[in-house]
Design a protein around this ligand. Sequence first.
Ligand code: CA
Length: 235
Amino acid sequence: MAKSKVKPRMAEKILVVEDEALIRDMVTVALGDEGYETVAVADGRSGWELLKDNSTFDLVILDLMLPQINGLDLCRLLRQSNNMVPVLMLSARGTETDRVVGLEIGADDYLTKPFGMRELIARCRALIRRQNQQGSRNSLNYEEINLYPEECRVVVGDKELNLSPKEFRLLELFMSHPKRVWSRESLLEKIWGHDFVGDSKTVDVHIRWLREKLEVDPSHPKYLVTIRGFGYRFG
Ligand code: CA
């Protein structure tokens, strides 16, 4: 007999990519009990097949160690294709390096196995809520800078900037993560993709161009700040 549990009007849809059947089932059942609609697959390639042309998922729960395409590579593919669906990464390895790498390539949160289902649900809720709040905002704003992602426009005060696509994407990335420090390598990978042949000087050059357009005094940048020995930070 069907459960009479009240489901949200529009169930949020979560993709679970996990090769361990037991964990996959536990996660799927727990999410289902919370009213989420779930799709579960057991390897990275199947996950990518579902994600590459499909933006209907509200969240992806992604195991790190997966057959065919591992979790890090899948997450990287997603971000390179400009799919910004929130990603909660799961891993049996709780090392700080894994966490940092996971977050650097664009995962939104990270959970180390073993984890409790309540913890998982709480993280999922928070990520979906954050995404919904962002989605309802049609511009990114910082002081007098307004960036309109859908229109590819940036207005500073009352002046419209004329940015190249790479400059625009750089600024969008910075403004989406204020105060976060980006290494040149991570910017290169995020904006140019990891197949890009070139070096981190490319990043410096684009930052310089962006500063010339954005900053009142490009030699004393207020927005795109150099963090010596690390990279760049916005704000
Ligand atoms: Ca695994």
